[in-house]
Design a protein around this ligand. Sequence first.
Ligand code: GLC
Length: 834
Amino acid sequence: MTERLRLGRALLLPTLVAFLLLFVLATGARAAWRAAGDVKSVERRADGVVLTLTSGARVSVAFENMETVRVRLAPRGQFERDISYAVAQVQRDETKATITETREEIQVSSMNGATVRIRRRPFLVTVIDGDGRTVVEDDPARPPSFDTETGAFECSKKRVEWETYYGLGEKAGATISRDTQQFVMWNTDTYAYPRGLDPIYQSIGFYVALRKDKDVGRAYGLFLDNTSRTHFDMGKTDPARVTFGAASGELNYYVFTGGRERAPRNVLRDYTELTGRTPLPPLWALGNQQSRWAYSPESRVREVARGFRESKIPADVIYLDIEYMDGYRVFTWDKTRFPEPTKLIADLRAEGFRTVVIIDPGVKVDPNYYVYQQGRSGGYFVKAADGQELHATVWPGVCAFPDFTDAKAREWFGSLYKKHTDEGVAGFWNDMNEPGVFLSAETPKPDIYHHPMKTFPLSAVHAGDGQADTHARYHNVFGMQMARATFEGLKRLRPDARPFVLTRAGYAGVQRYSAVWTGDNVASWDHLRLSIPMLLNMGVSGVPLVGADVGGFSGMTTPELYTRWLQAAALTPMLRSHSEWGSNPHEPYSFPKEFTDINRASVELRYRLLPYLYTLFHEHTETGAPVMRPLWFEYPDDDRVYLVEDQYLVGRDLLVAPVVTEAATKRKVYFPKGDNWVDWWTGQVYEGGKEVEVDAPLDRLPLFARAGAVIPTQPVIQHTGEMTSAPLSLVAVRGADGASSFYEDAGDGYDFQRGAFRTTTATQQGVSLKLARAGVYSGARKIGALEFLPGQLPREVRSAKDVVLLPSAHKGADGHVFVLLPPSEDVEEFSLVP
Ligand code: GLC
């Protein structure tokens, strides 16, 4: 017998046994799956119905609002306490439902809104919009079913051909649309994740579906609210079906019909009404942010601050990564490298910089360390299944971890920030909160990204805010609840300052507490390309304040890559350069002069447009619309934009088409149908519905303004502290009628909630430009000039009093022409005579 054969025989038996075992397990597992069954009885409620099914499961179908349906299915017939980490806890009015029953069906309708048709045999749900169109329906071939042993469940919806899907939070998916892909939600620390790796850091089980029906794009949204491991198959296994499910818990989902228009913006409005919106961030957080692992010691931090001011590249924020701490103990300083933190922070502040520091969840197990002592005596740490404090290794070595699903632990952790707020730290960065922990040296590493021991054991115990359960259930909310502890702590400590929190991990609703960045991306052209659909999909998952590490976190960037990345990111909601230990410099001024000059121009463009960006965050608080928008969000009827992932809209009025390919100096731009677009730099007009190749030399970000829009700008400043003294300009983009508004307030604090804000609506109609102001804000800025894109300067500009204003026109930033307005008065109407 050859060696090979002998080995083969020796392996045969165990292999057979293993297969047999797998088969028994698999069939056993399948045997425990059963369908939810038929409707046995119907209980009527004010807002819907509660059904008992033949399987013993109970289902509630109710209206959340006129256009939003909630379905809850408790496989064991017992609904859980109705608490959710995703749903914002605000008072909501009950929506009245009308219920009609036939032998075959139960119909539940909201007045003037959506209808749910429930088939009795078997139980199947169809949601219908106010105009009688089917929004989404259960797939009769796969009725909702569950595993009676493990508590896993699945629900399948019919998939209509050509339906695209967006959202599902932070995914490194292959394309902007999620169709024909499948995803898992399980927050994972995935250093240098490649495109397509799934899951990564965040779990947001909400998607927007979009489909063109004749000439109209119709959307709806679906949100599965379940914090355990969930999965979404968007037509990958079978293109005729979308399936979602979870490892345990209730089947609890919402369908957002988007009203009769079925408009994406209605879907986002209703989803964010449910899960909350990002409160207005402090203005400084919209400035340019600079980070690195790590600026240390303090002299290096000062050098970076100087680097910005000397190179005249605007910046507002400097980050301190883990090296500022004493042995990575959170809420401490390394006194050798940072002997006088309060002074350092004050000096930076005097130069117009805010300081943000990183705070990780791992608390070093060290009996002489105050944070560990307090956490231990308070009983705030997560416990292992045996009731002992759970320990795992992260940066500081062996750590214990606050149980952020425990209100008392959140309050305690939130109060620890006092040390840093007293020192003047402005904002906080919560990292490693998937939670991510290190594999021990002995652990074999078959897959560095997804390894069960890279987080807590599933059996660890959490308080669950009154619903104690295992880590398997609460894993996905750990990071979000940490960000919540930080946010709520800051609000208590500094009630007059808007908190700025940045988190890596999150769950649906994370936007109420925090900004999100896309974790450890890579310094590569592909990651630059990937960052755009990732950020766009975060925006339509309800999270507007997002950014990717500019230049790429992992690996070495090149001057060209950094410069193109900064350009591409200049108008993304959050702008932060960050890179790993050992990488080459990623400061915009640290490259050869020709690149530094372009980098300066990119950041200057952002600062010129800050009044506009800020307005978009205000708009988000009112409507839930993202700041950075996929083209389909505004142009759902134009299906040529459904798969566009290398262009984005900033609000409604600016279209950005960055260069994301090495050495490219031209690129194709698709202009969405229905509007004309004017080149920001040349004034060239492009008609919507066409694709055009445009010039894009290294120093040019292809940027276009919507004809008819009026966009507020300001002169270049070095940081947001200089903003109050800078007069505004209004770019009247000529070529169509239209109206835009912009919003102003103090940029921090909460006076705006007591009326201290101003909204200005600018309307262009023919030759007239009218401004209507609402609100009283004493700090509102003067409008110093009307600004025109090249070639758009009217022959004559008059104020209503017939004062001819044109003579004072001058050429300024970006090649635009400025018509200065009289400093004394607030002019309200102009004629722009072509
Ligand atoms: C993680 C973070 C990264 C940070 C590093 C050190 O990898 O994602 O941004 O720089 O930890 O704290």
